[in-house]
Design a protein around this ligand. Structure first.
Ligand code: LLP
Length: 430
């Protein structure tokens, strides 16, 4: 191939020695997170422009390991939980209940006990609001709205607009007000989140629309503008400049204060932005095969560990670490596939389509080489498709600034994967 190595992706926070050490110590596939990058992204989010105060909530669904929750908790981040189970996980990691908010598709059955502990609830539908009112009359509540427009990197990650089930449709305001009055609720927070990988212009527009929703509820103190800030995983992609997208929103908050006398507290709740490029998956090239059309590299990982390419056609950088590091460096083009018996298990999907293959230029690879899937800190371990093809859940390791590797989740055993399976009585099998 005539391509130069300059076009290829490179490692972000790892170096080849660390990749080898990780693979030798913990096997493959293994996720690794970089503490320094996690801290840097948290600091960057904490300096989001704001007029009258800021809370950064980590959308923990992006990567829910307790070590990450503890690290962010220590840095002053709060938590956005998407289920009662996430609330419990955050509390077990030491996050105070008062630092947790819930925006969920289903209210946990025991949500009022979470309310008693101080968890903030955002009602995401009229029926959630109604149930909250019945169980906690006079209580403080947030309202998650679907502001009528959305924006995501793909259709599957857009959660605003008439085709989205997330949040209370903005035109249902009269109904919302009726339920609020019926139960004498105090609406203290308005929440909008329009998608992952949002277009900054749409996000800014929604910030303005959200202020109009705030006008409808005089007790609102906090406006939560969600997450969705795009990060560049591939080298040609840019990460969102938070200072840049936040500046005009800060001005809108200031204008709003001048006009209404209300100084709103800003909340943002990024997931991707905080963790995506702080994580990678280290795996191994298990096989190499060719057809008349393509050469395929087969990994010992795939959609079970990094589902995003198969589900969204997402592109993650792939970096080959040759087992023989003295080997001459050449480029070669490959289709990279995962270890599941599924033609859709691809690490190099055709952009926008999950059922066609496309090649990627990588460092020429041999069976036994290591492969690093970069940008795997968000929605990879968290979304791993538990035990498909009976592969065990991969371990997670934290890389400390001094180079130390800490195991923060063990590799699952087959015993653990099967522990809830029960035998049918012999009579029933007959
Ligand atoms: N807030 C709420 C209410 C959310 O539902 C989400 C993500 C976030 C914040 C954080 O969004 P982020 O900053 O991570 O874009 N699995 C997809 C993303 C789905 C996110 C669902 N909700 C992916 O891999 O890109």
């Amino acid at each position: 191939s005539g391509s130069t190595s300059l076009e290829r992706e490179t490692l972000r926070f790892l170096n080849p020695d660390t990749v080898e050490n990780l693979a030798n110590q913990y096997g493959t596939p293994t996720y690794i997170y970089d503490m320094a990058t996690l801290k840097a992204s948290a600091r960057s989010a904490l300096s989001f422009p704001n007029a009258f105060g800021l809370t950064v909530r980590y959308a923990m669904k992006a990567s829910p390991n307790a070590a990450i929750l503890k690290l962010f908790n220590n840095l002053g981040l709060h938590i956005d939980a998407s289920s009662g189970y996430e609330i419990q996980r955050a509390m077990r990691a030491g996050v105070p209940a008062s630092h947790i908010s819930l925006s969920s598709q289903e209210l946990p059955s025991d949500f009022d006990s979470f309310v008693d502990l101080g968890v903030h609830i955002n009602a995401c539908s009229i029926s959630q609001l109604q149930r909250f009112g019945e169980r906690c009359p006079g209580g403080k509540i947030g309202l998650r709205f679907n502001p009528g427009v959305g924006s995501g990197g793909t259709g599957k990650t857009n959660v605003g607009g008439p085709s989205s089930a997330f949040g209370i449709w903005h035109e249902l305001l009269p109904e919302v007000k009726r339920v609020v009055a019926e139960h004498k609720l105090q609406v203290v927070r308005v929440h909008t989140h329009i998608g992952s990988g949002s277009d900054p212009a749409v996000w800014q527009n929604v910030a303005a629309l959200s202020l109009d929703l705030v006008r409808e509820f005089p007790q609102v103190e906090t406006l939560n503008l969600g997450g969705g800030y795009k990060v560049g995983r591939m080298r040609q992609e840019q990460s969102t400049d938070l200072a840049k997208i936040g500046a005009p929103v800060k001005e809108k908050f200031e204008d709003f204060a001048l006009e209404t006398g209300r100084k709103l507290h800003l909340e943002i709740e990024p997931g991707t932005f905080l963790v995506a490029n702080a994580g990678a998956l280290v795996c191994r090239v298990q096989d190499k095969t060719s057809t008349s059309a393509h050469t395929f590299l087969k990994l010992d990982a795939g959609m079970t560990e990094v589902l995003r390419p198969s589900l969204y056609g997402a592109q993650h950088p792939l970096v080959v670490i040759p087992k023989d590091r003295t080997r001459a460096d050449r480029a070669a083009s490959y289709v990279v596939v995962g270890h599941c018996c599924e033609s859709g298990d691809l690490l190099t999907p055709a952009p926008g389509e999950a059922d066609t293959v496309s090649e990627r230029e990588l460092t020429s690879a041999e069976i036994g080489d290591l492969m690093v899937v970069e940008g795997s800190g968000a929605y990879c371990a968290g979304m791993s498709t538990k035990n498909y093809n009976s592969f065990p859940e991969a371990p997670e390791v934290m890389l400390a600034p001094d180079g130390a590797l800490y195991l923060i989740r063990r590799r699952q055993t087959l015993e653990q994967a099967l522990q809830n399976e029960l035998d049918l009585p012999t009579s029933a099998l007959a």
